[in-house]
Design a binder for this molecule. Structure first.
Ligand SMILES: *[C@@H]1O[C@H](CO)[C@@H](O)[C@H](O)[C@H]1NC(C)=O
Length: 327
């Protein structure tokens, strides 16, 4: 494509004066009008002219699926450990597991899908300079930290810790019978040395039913705090949650202008992706099963990303809209 400032040959022809003929002003205007009409209906020329316009004057382009590059990470291509007390999958490199796929995606650095057996858990350990949030899928997670917080988190609740200069916390399953299933997510903050912060909020199944609910939002995009507003975090990251019924579709509006990345992670129902049936969603032309993720590149705001349930059961998934700088 030609740069907006460099005129093409065609444009030069249009603007260079012609000395051979003398036009009356009227004839000239008529010819220009005819030429404009011809150009308007000649597609290739129209496109080349559009590219000459400065960006702001161009018509807004809606993203077509073909402009998106969608890479599927199958559930079983994630890092995986079964420590008996902990059954876990890692979307990105974690603990001893080194991903050959992606180290991070925008500010997102960790998505772990964890199942912790009754009466076990993660003992007290330290964190610093990370934004850490747990999305509870099933069971009860005890959270205890060095800021004096003690909570029992259940399905629908999201626990957010901005570790900042440093915290210690433990995550435990105190139940005698039921395991706890949750997604733990880490993102890199824009700013170092933040004061440690703790916040919990509930987003119900009803709120998520066939809708996208904003659960996490960059403080730079967060409006006034209300009962239903998302949890603010200091990173260029928005996270939505949805529970989509078969045949239903949701449309995500890209949260910021310019190039973005989107990641969609489908939550698992069981310990393995079922061979037949199970939850299935479609992102662009890519179908995800339980535990699969879609890494979407070539996203540009303003624009939209659609997710459709193409399976037989309800599909619970998280959708991240991310800035371009990798953690
Ligand atoms: C939630 O946990 C209970 C108790 O462990 C279990 O019976 C149930 O199947 C789980 N539900 C889902 C959707 O995983």
């Amino acid at each position: 494509m030609s740069s907006p400032n460099k005129p093409t040959e065609q444009q030069q022809q249009l603007t260079s004066p012609t000395n051979n003929f003398q036009f009356t002003t009227k004839t000239f205007a008529l010819l220009i009008a005819l030429l404009a009409l011809t150009l308007a209906f000649t597609n290739p020329i129209r496109q080349s002219l559009t590219s000459l316009l400065p960006t702001a004057a161009r018509p807004l382009r809606t993203m077509s699926t073909s402009s998106l590059k969608i890479t599927k990470q199958p559930w079983s291509a994630r890092g995986h450990s079964d420590h008996d007390w902990l059954y876990t999958f890692h979307t990105f490199s974690f603990a001893g597991w080194q991903s050959t796929f992606r180290e991070s995606f925008g500010p997102l650095r960790v998505i772990n899908e964890d199942r912790v057996k009754p009466t076990t858990g993660f003992g007290a350990h330290s964190h610093a300079e990370f934004l850490i949030f747990s999305y509870i899928v099933n069971g009860t997670l005890e959270h205890r930290d060095s800021m004096g917080n003690l909570e029992y988190l259940k399905r629908g609740e999201v626990q957010f810790t901005s570790a900042g200069t440093g915290i210690r916390h433990s995550e435990y399953n105190r139940d005698k019978n039921d395991e706890v299933h949750f997604l733990q997510i880490w993102a890199k903050p824009d700013i170092r040395g933040l004061k440690p912060h703790y916040e919990t909020k509930k987003f119900t199944d009803e709120q998520k039913a066939d809708k996208l609910v904003r659960v996490m939002e960059s403080t730079s995009r967060l409006g006034e705090k209300t009962e239903t507003s998302p949890i603010g975090l200091q990173a260029d990251l928005s996270m939505d949650a949805s529970i989509l019924s078969p045949g239903k579709k949701v449309v995500h509006e890209v949260v910021a202008e310019g190039p973005r990345k989107v990641l969609v992670q489908l939550v698992m129902n069981g310990r393995k992706q079922p061979k037949e049936g199970g939850a299935k969603i479609k992102v662009g032309d890519v179908v995800l099963g339980e535990g699969d993720a879609a890494f979407v590149e070539g996203v540009k705001g303003p624009g939209q990303v659609e997710v459709e349930n193409v399976g037989e059961g309800k599909a619970e998934f998280l959708l991240f809209d991310l800035g371009m700088n990798d953690a």
